[in-house]
Design a protein around this ligand. Sequence first.
Ligand code: FES
Length: 286
Amino acid sequence: MFEILEKERIGPGVNRAVISAPAIAQAHRPGQFIILRTHENGERIPLTVADKDPEKGTITLVWQEVGVTTYYMGTMCVGEKLQDLCGPLGKPTHIEKFGTVVGVGGGIGVAPLFPITKGMYEAGNNVITIIGARTEGLLIMTEDMKKVSHETLIATDDGSFGIHGFVTQVLQGLIDKGTKIDLAVAIGPVPMMKATVNVTRKANIPTVVSLNPIMVDGTGMCGACRVEVGGKTMFGCVDGPEFDAFEVDFDLLMKRLAMYKGPELIALNNFRETPRGCQCTFPGGA
Ligand code: FES
């Protein structure tokens, strides 16, 4: 169980792995996530299930190396096993035939956007996907997205691929040319989701975001994942991870996400000295 069956690098510091997890593959619905530990003393981290194959009993995880656990996972090989995988957690995405659904994915946010886009596509929606990254090398899953979208628009901040600009400019372009959008789903860095909401709010387009607060237990008991939505405290793990984007306090979310930057850096520096850490390439060439 939880054996890594396939693993590949799909971008700088971004990995994709197919994991044996039959029960989760059966029960998982778009929008839900898992919490894993790589080994007995490992921390618990949440990751969205990017894809699944219930017949084969596998799930696909896509992650970016940013902290100890994600770097550790980057060193794991086919045949190794994850210690624990708990899920599926969180509420599934509300999927129905809305009409035209625009999915906006930034950076690693494209991975959690994929199963939602697939669900919307299979429900008969006209699906337009906007994918963005800082530069061409950081674009992920573009071919996967094309398979579940009627139209896929790709933008890079530096113009190295596709449209030169931000996903928000592409979205504004769609609105300006009169595309009737019935629902927008935005997933990516918090500033990107906030900027997307600034565009959709003006155009009165209902918008859903999937939030990535710090999590510990993932079952509503610890309170680590508190987010403010519509002036109320909610738990990202059990009330979300998706919320009405117009109601989310993004500034508070950004502050909470930065709360443990210091300890995270210390932990990462300690990890560099371990056998696994020595296998990693850290930004800046460490
Ligand atoms: S992660 Fe603990 S309550 Fe949500």
